[in-house]
Design a protein around this ligand. Structure first.
Ligand SMILES: NC(=O)C1=CN([C@@H]2O[C@H](COP(=O)(O)OP(=O)(O)OC[C@H]3O[C@@H](n4cnc5c(N)ncnc54)[C@H](O)[C@@H]3O)[C@@H](O)[C@H]2O)C=CC1
Ligand SMILES: C[N+](C)(C)CC(=O)CC(=O)[O-]
Length: 469
C-alpha cells in the first residue's frame, strides 16, 4: 500500500517536498491557504517531473496521488509523514504544529523544514512533542539529497529512526545533527558565506556577479565532491592537514573575515544587492533559472554517479534499492527510463551513441534475466556482443521517458540473438530498432564457449517462447 505524506505550506520548500514524495510513489495531501498555492506547486512539480527522473537509469515508481485539502486536520489524517513548511516565524510554526499534533496519527513523523529554529523551540507548548523533529532540506528539495535531522531530548528515538529510513527510501541523505543549535550545521556555514558576501558588495569590493564567479569557477566545484576538510587536507601537500593548519593557522588572527561584525540590514543594502542581482540575472525568469540550475545539477550528479563518489554514490545505492526483477512478458520490457540532459548533443537531441547505450542496457537486462548476471560473470563466463545494427527512426529529447521491448530471436548453444524496439513512453512512437547478436565467452580464454547448462536452458526456453508468441 502506498504511503501518505501531508505537506503543510506549499511554497518553495513545501512544493519541493511534495514533488520528492509524489515522484517516489507516495500519495501527498497538501494544505496551503494561499489561493495561488495549486498553481505555484504545479510549477515546482513540473520542474521536478522533468529533472528528477533524469538522475536515474531506470524508471521511478509510478507517481502518487495529489490531494488539495482545506484544513490542516484534513491534510494530516492518515499521514505517515507530515512536513511543516510554513514561513520562518516561530509564532506561526507554533500555531501550525499545535494543529498538526492534535490531528496527525500517533505514529506519524512530524518534520519541520525550519532553517534555524531548534526542535526544542518548535516543541514549546505542544501536547505531543515526541513526534516532532527538524527535517531541514535544501533547495531544490526534489534534487538535493541533504536533510538535516535534528531531534530534541523530547523527540522519541523511534521517530528519528523512522525519519532516517524514510528519507533514505526517498533517495535523500539524512544527516543526524546531534546537538540543537540555531541554524543547525549547513545554514551556519551558508550564513557565514552570505554575511561575508553582503559585506563585499556593501563595501564596493565586488559585485554580486563577481562573487558568484569566485564561487562557481573555484571552490564551489571542489565542495560538491570532497567538502571542506578533505579539500584542505590535500591543500596541505604531502604533510596533509597538520601542514595546512600550520601555514594558515596564523590567518585566524589576521583580518580575513568580518564575521565578528554584521552589515546593517537597511533599505539601501536591499536596493544595492537586489539591483546588482537584477543586472546580473534579470534577463532570465525564475522558472528559466530553475531549469538551468536543475539541468546543471542533474549533469553534475550523474557525473558523480559515474565515479560512485559523494552524492553520486548515494544515488547509485538508491537506484539499486529500486531494482525489480524483469517481468516474464513477451516481449520483455528491458529498459524503462528517462533521457537525461547529459545525453543531448549539438543537434539538441539524444546523441546516436546513447541509442547504442540504451540497447546495450537492454541486452544486459536479458543477460541478467537468463542468469548471466554479476555473479555468473564473476565466475568467469559472459556474453560478448559481436554484431549490432541500429535504425534511427525518430529523435528523442532530454526529459522524455522511453521504453525498450525485446524479443529473443536466437537462443541456441553459444548464440544469443535479440531484436529491440525503442519507443517514447508518452505516445508509443517508435524511435529506433536494433538487432543484436551475442556469443557466449569464457572470460579466461576470451574465446567463445557454451553457456553453463542452467543459462543455456533459460536462453533456449526464452527463444522458444518468443518464437511462439
Ligand atoms: N527557501 C529556502 O531556501 C529554504 C527554506 N527553508 C524553510 O522552509 C520553510 C518554508 O520556506 P519557503 O518555502 O521558502 O517559504 P515560502 O514563503 O515560499 O512558502 C511558505 C508557504 O506557506 C504557506 N502558509 C502560510 N501560512 C500557512 C498556514 N497557516 N498553513 C499552511 N500554509 C501556510 C504560504 O502560503 C506559502 O505558500 C521555512 O521554515 C524556511 O526557513 C528551508 C530550506 C531552504
Ligand atoms: C537561506 N536559507 C537559510 C533559507 C537557506 C536554507 O535553509 C537551505 C538552502 O537550501 O540553502
Amino acid at each position: 500500500m502506498s504511503k501518505t505524506a501531508a505537506i503543510i505550506g506549499g511554497g518553495v520548500i513545501g512544493g519541493g517536498w511534495l514533488a520528492r514524495f509524489l515522484l517516489n510513489g507516495w500519495d501527498v495531501r497538501l494544505h496551503d491557504p494561499d489561493p495561488e498555492a495549486e498553481r505555484k506547486v504545479g510549477a515546482v512539480l513540473a520542474g521536478a517531473r522533468r529533472a528528477l527522473p533524469m538522475l536515474y537509469d531506470r524508471a521511478l515508481p509510478p507517481e502518487g496521488r495529489l490531494t488539495l485539502c482545506g484544513s490542516v486536520a484534513e491534510a494530516v489524517a492518515g499521514a505517515d509523514w507530515v512536513q511543516e513548511s510554513v514561513p520562518e516565524r516561530l509564532d506561526l510554526k507554533h500555531r501550525v504544529l499545535a494543529e498538526i499534533t492534535a490531528h496527525a496519527p500517533r505514529n506519524a513523523v512530524i518534520g519541520s523544514s525550519t532553517s534555524g529554529f531548534t526542535p526544542s523551540q518548535l516543541q514549546e507548548g505542544l501536547s505531543r512533542p515526541g513526534a516532532v523533529l527538524v527535517a531541514h532540506p535544501f533547495n531544490p528539495v526534489y534534487l538535493l539529497p541533504l536533510v538535516e535531522l535534528v531531534p530534541s531530548a523530547a523527540t522519541r528515538p523511534e521517530v528519528l529512526d523512522t525519519a532516517k529510513a524514510t528519507l533514505t527510501g526517498l533517495g535523500m541523505f539524512p544527516l543526524h545533527v546531534r546537538a540543537e543549535i540555531d541554524a543547525h550545521i549547513a545554514d551556519r556555514l551558508l550564513e557565514a558565506v552570505w554575511r561575508e558576501a553582503l559585506w563585499l558588495v556593501k563595501d564596493g569590493i565586488a559585485t554580486t556577479g563577481e562573487i558568484d564567479e569566485a564561487i562557481r569557477m573555484g571552490f564551489g566545484l571542489r565542495w560538491a565532491q570532497m567538502g571542506l576538510f578533505e579539500t584542505y587536507r590535500i591543500a596541505g601537500g604531502e604533510a596533509g592537514m597538520k601542514h595546512f593548519m600550520a601555514q594558515f593557522g596564523p590567518a585566524l588572527k589576521w583580518p580575513w573575515t568580518k564575521l565578528m561584525d554584521v552589515p546593517e540590514f537597511t533599505d539601501d543594502l536591499v536596493e544595492l544587492i537586489a539591483g546588482q542581482s537584477d543586472a546580473q540575472s534579470g534577463h532570465m525568469g525564475i522558472r528559466e533559472l530553475e531549469r538551468l540550475r536543475d539541468d546543471n545539477l542533474v549533469a553534475m550528479l550523474r557525473a558523480l554517479r559515474q565515479r560512485d563518489a559523494a552524492a553520486g554514490a548515494l544515488l547509485n545505492a538508491h537506484e539499486a534499492a529500486m531494482a525489480q526483477p524483469l517481468a516474464d512478458t513477451v516481449p520483455l520490457i528491458t529498459v524503462r527510463r528517462t533521457v537525461p540532459v547529459d545525453w543531448t548533443d549539438y543537434n539538441g537531441h539524444m546523441n546516436e551513441g546513447r541509442y547504442g547505450q540504451v540497447f546495450s542496457d537492454a541486452a544486459d537486462a536479458v543477460m541478467a534475466h537468463v542468469g548471466a548476471d554479476a555473479a555468473y560473470i564473476a565466475g568467469g563466463n559472459s556474453y560478448f556482443t559481436v554484431e549490432t545494427s541500429v535504425k534511427y527512426l525518430f529523435e528523442t529529447h532530454a526529459g522524455e521517458a522511453i521504453e525498450v521491448a525485446t524479443r529473443v530471436t536466437t537462443g541456441a548453444g553459444k548464440k544469443l540473438g535479440m531484436s529491440h524496439e525503442m519507443r517514447r513512453a508518452a505516445d508509443g512512437a517508435l524511435l529506433a530498432t536494433c538487432t543484436q547478436f551475442l556469443l557466449h565467452v569464457s572470460l579466461e580464454t576470451r574465446k567463445s564457449c557454451p553457456p553453463q547448462p542452467e543459462v543455456l536452458a533459460r536462453v533456449e526456453a526464452l527463444a522458444a517462447a518468443h518464437r511462439e508468441a
